[in-house]
Ligand binder design. Sequence first.
Ligand code: NAD
Length: 444
Amino acid sequence: MKLTIVGTGYVGLVTGACFAEMGNDVLCVDLDPGKIERLRQGELPIFEPGLKEIVLRNAAEGRLHFTTDIQEGVRFGTMQFIAVGTPPGEDGSADMQHVLTAARAIGRHMSDYKLVIDKSTVPVGTADAVQAEIAKALAERGMSKVPFSVVSNPEFLKEGAAVEDFMRPDRIIVGVDDDRAALLMRALYAPFQRQRDKLVLMDVRSAELTKYAANAMLATRISFMNEMALLAEKLGADIEQVRRGIGSDARIGPQFLYPGCGYGGSCFPKDVKALLSSAAGVGEPLHVLQAVERANDRQKHVLVDRVVNRFGADLSGMRFAVWGLAFKPETDDVREAPSLVVVRELAARGARIVAHDPEAMDRAREALGELPGLEYAPSPMAALEGSDALIVVTEWKVYRVPDFTRMATVLRQPVVIDGRNLYEPAMMRECGLEYHPLGRPAVA
Ligand code: NAD
């Protein structure tokens, strides 16, 4: 099949590469000439495990191409994926301008049947808006008879495991109202579901809402556990034992029960906001989700609150090592990452910060700019040298089993403030470290 992917970001590039891997002919389009040029040179604009190999292989074998020319893109594929960004607007609602621009371009340049697939996360009703935009552009060209369908096919990949998730999805949601489109979608996804049928066909609006409901549910679990962790601390309980206790209940399950220093990334914060905004727009306030967002805003400050409790409000003259800048491991994405809040607040209190991340330091540099007192370390241990404490923000594997004894000697004060509960308190005590986990008793 011939596919065009409009928008070559995390989702567009993974989608394009994975469909090419299954033998399809794929053309990825992006407005950003720098991004397209790098891809043509075989350089990836993002870090994602396993992605580089399949991009390079499929480009070399002639199944994956890149362009900035939207006209070429529209002419190429029978299937037109819209995978552009839907960032939050000023009022929190999803900004639909990129989606509608892409739809308009499809209407302006198509001359035969197109199946238009909304892959971006978009509010309920967007497929109708895309349909209207294409129909309008066709009418302006006197080509109203050219047939097309619009379907919703939200993406559920996780950054850090995007290729794996795309290749082996739990389920494939397709919102579709006509048989021809349903047939094409079934054929396109057949190679991804050889062991069992993973396609969940539904109406378009339900598919659009399914994506937001899934992310809202996951964000709710995180905020719930974060609040339980704070409560456990106050009550002298251990959230890790509580987590294992409730996670073994089949109705609850073990995933997404890890307390931390707040959810971030390009999806949960923006999708929670967008769903709240959609709900308010139809007079149906979502009280639970409002609280989820408030709890998360508070949680992002928890680590600095701990630093202040331990070292005082004025941190001038002090230096802190920060391990982890990406919003989660295995990605270089720092959008809405808790690390940004931690670093900015420490800097605002006069501290010097030495940060380390295996993949996200370049992105963090762009996001944080020239912050006084902020430097980046070439290795985790280098960040500790001469620092007054270590603050763990992201649970990268490389931080999981550090040399604790060395850590205790390299740090100026052997204090570890852990936003991800990576370490065994008894081991920390044994190694002479003062340890402040989340939702568990501290070890002095
Ligand atoms: P991104 O910002 O990484 O990429 C979007 C790309 O679209 C950019 O490269 C941009 O230049 C390009 N673009 C914008 N307008 C364009 C146009 N008119 N024509 C061509 N290219 C255009 O975004 P992303 O993280 O890939 O997210 C895309 C969508 O997928 C969003 O709606 C997001 O919510 C959703 N989503 C993201 C993830 C994720 O983990 N990142 C997961 C599931 C769903």
